[in-house]
Write a protein that binds this ligand. Structure first.
Ligand SMILES: NC(=O)c1ccc[n+]([C@@H]2O[C@H](COP(=O)([O-])OP(=O)(O)OC[C@H]3O[C@@H](n4cnc5c(N)ncnc54)[C@H](OP(=O)(O)O)[C@@H]3O)[C@@H](O)[C@H]2O)c1
Length: 361
């Protein structure tokens, strides 16, 4: 069988995409590829490579090679779409502003509305490449365009992620807290397309603040957890609830969370209050100095090891194993796609791979 036919077979078996109707060089994410299908594609490809006795394996992060070069290219493409600067005719005051909240159906968006543009909508998917966030990045440019044309000079309050600056300490050599500033070194975001696309958009907004004269604020959120109230839960599809559910399914719980071992999570309701407060009270005038930056993380931290006895008790006493052993056990369950409800972590297997190999964040 030719390589071309083998690839088409793997796509047909692992995804909902019809390979006969898709160009060989098409971006499969644009055709609806999701993170579970990526995992199955990688498994199918590795089975094929092994049948050829090539001794090679691929990982999803391979597609992110040269991502620094790609990020620079995408940033340049995005700033090419920025509008020309214009002067504002009416001053923005607390009496005359109008609310616009993007992404109101998400876990954070459901908790607050304020009188400025809060750009909250984003695809929270750690398995997509940076190129696949084209629509999300384009939305930032469109909002800049909208704000630049508004007579009131609407403020853009962009919700970014602490993952966009995850490598600051290793790149800068600094050991102090990450500064609340915009950075231009392309190695600073973590290796997910999600964090890289946030990093590019922060820079686009910063450029728009300096060159177009819009008002822009970047708010980097750390991990948001479930609410402190009885109403609402931490969305089950996210990595920690998935880890807990799969630990129950496998009868094994990891004794460490690797680079995420330190728990600085912020429950969603105080996080939403912080966002509202910062969006309402942050600078309302344009500044040639660039975008204002805030970090929202919990200053009161603890460690996963301290939570483990409680989690273990709730799960009925699963075996405590190393993170590496837990991820290996998860890999063994990958092909059992019928168990997704009870074993949701298989959808995030690359995220957990990265966590185990200490490269995440
Ligand atoms: N949760 C965290 O721990 C965390 C950490 C750091 C940063 N953040 C950032 O905080 C923001 C909110 O996060 P969240 O946890 O509330 O996320 P979420 O629950 O996944 O909600 C995302 C929201 O964005 C909308 N959305 C996603 N893709 C879109 C698209 N292409 N076009 C239009 N709308 C789109 C979703 O609409 P649908 O409901 O229609 O899909 C939903 O309303 C995001 O910008 C995220 O990157 C979150």
């Amino acid at each position: 069988m030719s390589v071309e036919l083998a690839v088409q077979d793997i796509i047909a078996i692992s995804t909902d995409i019809d390979p006969g109707k898709t160009d060989l060089d098409a971006d499969l994410f644009e055709h609806g590829l999701d993170s579970l299908q990526v995992t199955l594609l990688v498994k199918g490809t590795n089975d094929y490579l092994s049948s050829l006795e090539r001794g090679e394996v691929i990982k999803t992060e391979y597609v992110a090679e040269n991502s620094e070069q790609m990020m620079r290219k995408l940033y340049n493409a995005n700033i090419g779409n920025l509008p020309m600067a214009r002067s504002r005719t009416i001053q923005n005051t607390s009496e005359n502003t109008v609310a616009l909240l993007t992404g109101p159906t998400g876990s954070l968006g459901a908790f607050g509305v304020v009188t400025t543009i809060i750009h909250n909508a984003w695809r929270v998917d750690f398995n997509l490449t940076v190129e696949s966030f084209a629509l999300d990045r384009a939305a930032v440019t469109s909002l800049v365009d909208f704000a630049a044309r508004s007579n009131f000079g609407a403020k853009i309050f962009f919700l970014s992620s602490i993952g966009a600056v995850a490598n600051w300490q290793s790149v800068s050599g600094g050991s102090e807290s990450i500064p609340e500033a915009i950075f231009d070194e392309w190695k600073i975001p973590d290796r997910t397309g999600y964090a890289q696309s946030k990093f590019i958009s922060e820079r686009v907004l910063d450029t728009a603040v300096r060159e177009v004269g819009v008002v822009g604020v970047v708010c980097r959120l750390g991990q948001i957890s479930g609410p402190t109230t009885a109403a609402g839960v931490w969305p089950k599809r996210e990595w920690l609830p998935s880890l807990v559910a799969s630990s129950k399914y496998m009868g094994k719980v990891p004794d460490s969370l690797g680079k995420l071992e330190t728990i600085d999570w912020v429950p969603v309701n105080p996080a939403a209050r912080c966002v509202v407060e910062l969006a309402t009270h942050s600078r309302g005038e344009a500044s040639r100095a660039g975008a204002l930056v805030y970090h929202v993380v919990n200053p009161e931290t603890c460690r996963w090891a301290e939570l483990l006895p409680i989690v273990g008790k709730m799960l009925g006493g699963p075996e405590k194993v190393t993170l590496t052993a837990w991820v290996e056990a998860l890999h063994e369950t990958v092909s059992q796609t019928n168990d997704l409800e009870r074993n949701p972590a298989v959808k995030l297997v690359d995220f957990f791979d990265n966590l185990a190999s200490d490269v995440y964040r």
